[in-house]
Design a protein around this ligand. Sequence first.
Ligand SMILES: O=C(CO)[C@H](O)[C@H](O)COP(=O)(O)O
Length: 203
Amino acid sequence: MGVSPKIAPSMLSSDFANLAAEAKRMIDLGANWLHMDIMDGHFVPNLTIGAPVIESLRKHTNAYLDCHLMVTNPMDYVEQMGKAGASGFTFHVEVAKENWQELVRKIKSAGMRPGVALKPGTPIEEVYPLIEGTTPVEMVLVMTVEPGFGGQKFMPNMMDKVMLLGSLTLILKNLLLMPFLLIETFNDVLGIGPGIKEQVPNT
Ligand SMILES: O=C(CO)[C@H](O)[C@H](O)COP(=O)(O)O
């Protein structure tokens, strides 16, 4: 079985006052997952949503909520995100070098799928231990913009990291089904993000 692509538009550019309707619009337009950008105003210079918003949205959708935690202390968020109904919990490798194994275990215990993200300036080799070990993450989020804000220019050279990851999975016997996602490229390439109003019929 090969890797199946998933479309996960970022909800960051949604009309947050109408998030449930925006989520439905994305799913109706063919999105497989909804990508939720959670920022703490510390790891990145922006503050967005947290567990209370995920909990509210969960009451309106059964969609896979792919939560990207741009936070300095991801461990502090695991329990609340699990209870809120998050489906995936992706933390940044830059802040989890010491405790990623415990983090992965806790994410799984809380009923979510663990993922790791890396900033554009972080070498891809830094995530290798997280996909080669006995408690591997299930997804790698290769960032093609600096974390913190939507609507930035896609960095095409980040695709080299994806190529390297693809080669690595071919030689890893225990990771044949690992779904690599290019969350940050989806809106640019496919033009389906909630903020791209002129390209999406507002129905
Ligand atoms: O992680 C992110 C920002 O840190 C967002 O998911 C991403 O940038 C969304 O991009 P766009 O608004 O251009 O679709």
